[in-house]
Design a protein around this ligand. Sequence first.
Ligand SMILES: [Zn+2]
Length: 302
Amino acid sequence: MWLRNFFAFSEVDRVGHLRRDAAWLGERIVHPTSRFVPVWRDRNLFHAGAEPPRAALLPAHEVPRDAGETILLGSDDAGAYFAIDLSAYDDPMAVLGRPDDLEFADLRGIGPQLDRGHASLLAFARGMVWWHSRHLFCGVCGSPTVSADAGHVRRCTNADCGISHFPRTDPAVIMLVTDGDRALLGRQAAWPQGQHSTLAGFVEPGESLEDAVAREVREETGVVVGEVKYHSSQPWPFPCSVMLGFTATAKTTEIIVDKTELDDARWFERDYILNHSDDAEFRLPRPISIARRLIEDWLGRS
Ligand SMILES: [Zn+2]
């Protein structure tokens, strides 16, 4: 079964085949049905004070031409969508000419209350703008780069180099380790009091996803895992990850917590989790997280 996690609900077609179609792009970027998704210093734009929060998708005539880097996000039956980076301005509201009824805010906090399609579109925009902002210079020769292919490539301007740089996504594995009716959950010191979650970590170069799962679990808790099964994935462009969810069965159960990574890790009985309401002793991660999805599926609640 194909499972979609939060931030993965966009119905917008990314239209990769149109990113080099200059005529189509030139027409769409000024078309009255096109919508712009502004990003300002890692923040997305919302209608101020809306309950529930609503994403602000602005028509072309409300966004000054050349206000910032534009990136084609995609297209659906309603029109095309472009991200625009307003980070160069100290007062982006003045650029938009609508200072009173719009506000920039962090998508991570507001996301769960948004329309799922809009949340996914805003996450895509934020991730692309972030990537552009950190690849202004070629990592090979140090020359400036310029945006190409409607914002999906940055190309080195040095004719002797000319290398293309592509948007970066860092794969991270996240896994629910079980031993019969027990699940291995850890917590980091910086998390809200009592919050426990699945283990997670970045995939290293030259490493399979299954090996990354086994390595991270062993590093963080000392537990050796056997069978590893893929579950689902979640885009996490905060700033540039994709979470790859797995379940794994434990071959050993003794826990030795790596205190540089975790504050604590323990086996929790299924009945304890099912019967415990959130408090300072134990609470689960946020409902939109793939970690929560992995746990809920194991509990049989989702
Ligand atoms: Zn270069």
